[in-house]
Design a protein around this ligand. Structure first.
Ligand SMILES: [Zn+2]
Length: 143
């Protein structure tokens, strides 16, 4: 006798919060890239940072400059589920003038062999935001 097999699809709503990083994702949905800055020591982060890693002070949100430049890059031939359709894709660490840390993102619109350290890049935002880190990526600034 064969085993009894019952097919029964189910659905789960995953509920999670970005907590203190929520303004960053709200910024992406409004086509703004937000970083943070320590009001005490002035250290600035190109990423969400609730508390300054140097002095522990609560950081303020700041809007990042409209352009940055490639600090370094790599090409990924494998990635997480969100990026599998895009492989191979380019990852860049973006440097913003006046900020003390870098921002990790994808770089599109350019072949890997055309990427140069120091090239100017600008953020692009998803037209239909998913409230996810994939809502922003960078493209070269064409002159
Ligand atoms: Zn500080």
């Amino acid at each position: 006798m064969s085993p009894i097999i019952i097919k029964s699809p189910y659905h789960i709503d995953y509920i999670y919060s970005y907590g203190q990083d929520s303004p960053f994702f709200a910024g992406l949905a409004n086509k703004k890239l937000l970083g943070t800055k320590c009001p005490e020591c002035g250290y600035s982060y190109a990423t969400p940072k609730a508390y300054c890693m140097y002095c522990g002070t609560s950081c303020d949100w700041i809007e990042l400059p409209a352009k940055g430049k490639v600090h370094t890059y790599t090409t990924c031939y494998y990635g997480g589920e969100s990026f599998l359709d895009e492989t191979p894709f380019n990852l860049v660490l973006v440097e913003f003038e006046g900020l003390d840390t870098l921002f990790l993102s994808r770089l599109t619109g350019v072949k890997a062999e055309e990427i140069q350290i120091g090239m100017q890049v600008k953020p692009q935002f998803a037209k239909l935001p998913r409230i996810s880190p994939t809502d922003v990526w960078f493209v070269p600034v064409r002159k």
